[in-house]
Design a protein around this ligand. Structure first.
Ligand code: GDD
Length: 402
């Protein structure tokens, strides 16, 4: 991969927020001894370096009732040395979609000679393990793991941590182009290679989303949700720096990756609000606005890379209600942040009222939040899930039996 380093880096407390980076070559070849240790404006990351990261990276795929063909394509795009982890919330009846996903993953692993993990979000053994370790925020009133993409992502993160992975990357299961999945993961690994902090996040700005308009393909750059979310997050940042900014380009980045160290110290919010909340929570914890609960991280730095992918992103398109819901969820996490200034709160509320997503006399509902994953007792969690196929697979992976 040949990629430019961020030309523009904005600093907030311990956070170094990098501007959008351009990719020049998806494959820049193998190492030939010409690499220098000095950083250039454009960095060449040989395949070997990417591969070293892949070996320590889990790719988490949250799935809910997606077409199997798409899931199969996504798996095919995951580089060989990464560990795929599927967390599914697909129906178990009347048709057992989860069993079909298990079969598809089983075939993939057989044909490619790979290992992978798959878990169902509603597996009662997972719910019991969460209850036993006291991580009950993830459970609903009936004691089951809640629905939601973020909830699936958290389970995937915990399994990756148990499997000893140093990096986690997320890809959606409804992607039509396996080549774009492979590109995102290359970009994750490139970000980790360029980054110098153990607390690093890589967020992908999709090249475009192709749409058919008047019988012609149109490559739309910004969707309705992403334009709105980016603007809102930039306003929040601008309020504190006193300078209007456009630094945030990836407020809703479903495709993103983190070092495990960073994943362990962030708080999370539910469902589709998780990605904008990453930025809000980073600012809350490490932006130097509030006192940081983690002086250790403040002494280092948190690096955020935003990389512009080259493949168009073609996925299952949600309807208007779905998009409105995502917009509302993103607004909630900014609105309810202790660092959201009153003026921005008023503006957000007015915006939600004008979009008819909230009534003027109603309060903005609070999202559910999940505490840091470093608070979990991983040994106890592993003991609780030891009878599951995914715990057995983790055990085999760690003991080097496979
Ligand atoms: N495990 C699990 N549990 N997965 C889920 C759930 C759930 O309850 N709900 C959705 N998913 C999976 C979907 O199957 C898909 O693989 C992925 O999460 C994203 O869900 P979509 O419903 O397809 O989201 P989207 O395409 O509208 O939005 C995506 O892009 C946005 C950026 O434009 C998501 O990644 C958003 O989070 C992102 O902000």
């Amino acid at each position: 991969m040949r990629i430019e380093l961020p030309k523009n880096v904005e600093r907030f407390g311990a956070i170094c927020f990098g501007g959008l980076q351009k990719v020049f070559e998806l494959d820049s070849g193998i190492e030939n001894g010409s690499i220098t240790k000095n950083k250039h404006i454009i960095e060449r990351i040989p395949y070997h370096d990417l591969c070293n990261i892949y070996k320590e990276m889990a790719i988490i795929i949250p799935v809910r009732n997606e077409r199997l063909r798409l899931l199969d394509g996504v798996l095919c795009g995951i580089p060989h040395h990464c560990l795929p982890i599927i967390v599914s919330n697909s129906p178990l009846e009347p048709n057992n979609r989860f069993a079909m996903e298990e079969d598809a993953l089983g075939d993939f692993c057989t044909f490619t000679n790979r290992n992978a993990l798959i878990a169902h979000q509603k597996d009662p053994r997972l719910a019991k393990a969460f209850a036993e370790i006291g991580y009950t925020e993830i459970l609903d009133g009936n004691g089951n793991v809640r629905d939601g993409k973020a909830e699936g992502m958290l389970i995937g993160t915990i399994l990756a941590r148990l499997a000893g992975k140093k990096y986690i990357g997320f890809v959606d299961a409804d992607n039509y182009f396996p080549g774009s999945v492979e590109e995102y993961i290359r970009e994750y690994a490139s970000g980790f290679t360029i980054g110098s902090s153990p607390y690093t996040m890589v967020r992908i700005a999709w090249h475009s989303k192709p749409k058919i308009i008047k019988s012609k393909l149109f490559f739309k750059k910004w969707g309705r949700t992403s334009s709105y979310t980016n603007k809102m997050l930039n306003k929040l940042i601008g309020h504190y720096t006193g300078f209007e900014t456009e630094i945030v380009k990836t407020g809703n980045a479903g495709e993103h990756a983190m070092t495990m160290d960073l994943a362990m110290v962030l708080d999370y919010s539910s469902g589709y609000s998780i990605e904008p909340y990453h930025i809000v929570n980073l600012l809350e914890k490490f932006g130097g606005i509030l006192e940081s609960p983690l002086s250790e991280v403040m002494k280092r730095k948190v690096e955020v890379f935003q990389i512009g992918s080259r493949n168009p992103h073609l996925h299952e398109v949600g309807n208007e209600d779905h998009i409105d819901r995502m917009l509302y969820l993103a607004t909630q996490v900014v609105y309810h942040s202790p660092i959201c200034p009153e003026a921005l709160k008023d503006e957000l509320k007015r915006e939600m009222v004008s979009r008819k997503l909230v009534k003027s006399n109603e309060d903005m509902a609070k999202p559910s939040y999940f505490p840091v994953l470093s608070s979990i007792d991983y040994d106890s969690f592993m003991k609780s899930i030891r009878s599951t196929p995914y715990a057995k697979m983790i055990h085999k992976l760690l003991s080097g039996k496979i």
